[in-house]
Write a new protein. Structure first.
Length: 183
C-alpha cells in the first residue's frame, strides 16, 4: 500500500464508495476530528496511568477508528461491509464511568479543566470529543449516520471527564472548583 497517492493534491478526497468530495466536506471534517481525538487518546495512553484505563483507551481507539470508517463511507454508494455500533459499546463506557465514579468524591461544583499535564490532556481530548459530536450531528442532519455513533460520542465525552477526575485523584492533583463571580 503506497502512502501517497497524489489524488488529493487538488483539495479533493474519495469517500468509501468512490464519491469525490472536497476536503472541507462535512464528512471529512467529522472523521478528521475523530482522527484528532484518536491521536490525542494515544497521547494520553503514553502517560503513567493505571493499566485498566490504558486498556479502556485502546478499546475506545479501536472503536473510534471504526466510527471514522463509517463516516468516511458514502452511505448511498458504499457496498463495503462496515462496523455496526452496538448498545453494548455504549454500555461499556457507562460501566467504566460508573466504576471510576464510585471511587471519586461527589461533584458539588463545576471544576476548571487542568491540574497537571495528563489531566489537562484528558480535558482537551474531552473537548475534541464534543467538537466531533457536534460535527457528526451536522452530518446526520444531511445524511444517513448510525444513531448510536452520536450516543457513543456523547458518552465518550462523559467518560473522558470522569477519567480526568480519576487521574487527578490518582496523582494527588487538586481539582479547582469554579465559583460564579458575585455581581
Amino acid at each position: 500500500m503506497k502512502i501517497y497517492t497524489k489524488t488529493g493534491d487538488k483539495g479533493q478526497t474519495s469517500l468509501i464508495g468512490g464519491t469525490r468530495v472536497s476536503k472541507y466536506h462535512e464528512r471529512v471534517g467529522a472523521y478528521g476530528t475523530l482522527d484528532e481525538l484518536n491521536s490525542y487518546i494515544g497521547l494520553i495512553r503514553s502517560y503513567d496511568i493505571d493499566l485498566r484505563s490504558k486498556e479502556e483507551l485502546i478499546a475506545i481507539q479501536q472503536l473510534l477508528f471504526a466510527i471514522s470508517a463509517l463516516l468516511a463511507a458514502d452511505p448511498e454508494k458504499s457496498k463495503m461491509k462496515l462496523y455496526t455500533i452496538l448498545d453494548s459499546d455504549i454500555e461499556y463506557l457507562e460501566k467504566a464511568v460508573d466504576f471510576m465514579d464510585k471511587q471519586l468524591k461527589p461533584l458539588k461544583n463545576f471544576i476548571l479543566p487542568g491540574g497537571n499535564i495528563v489531566v489537562s490532556h484528558i480535558h482537551i481530548a474531552r473537548c475534541i470529543c464534543r467538537r466531533a459530536e457536534r460535527l457528526v450531528v451536522r452530518v446526520a442532519e444531511n445524511s444517513n449516520v448510525q444513531e448510536l455513533i452520536i450516543v457513543y460520542l456523547n458518552r465518550l465525552s462523559d467518560y473522558l471527564f470522569v477519567l480526568a477526575r480519576k487521574v487527578a485523584q490518582d496523582t494527588n492533583c487538586e481539582e479547582v472548583a469554579w465559583y460564579p463571580r458575585e455581581q
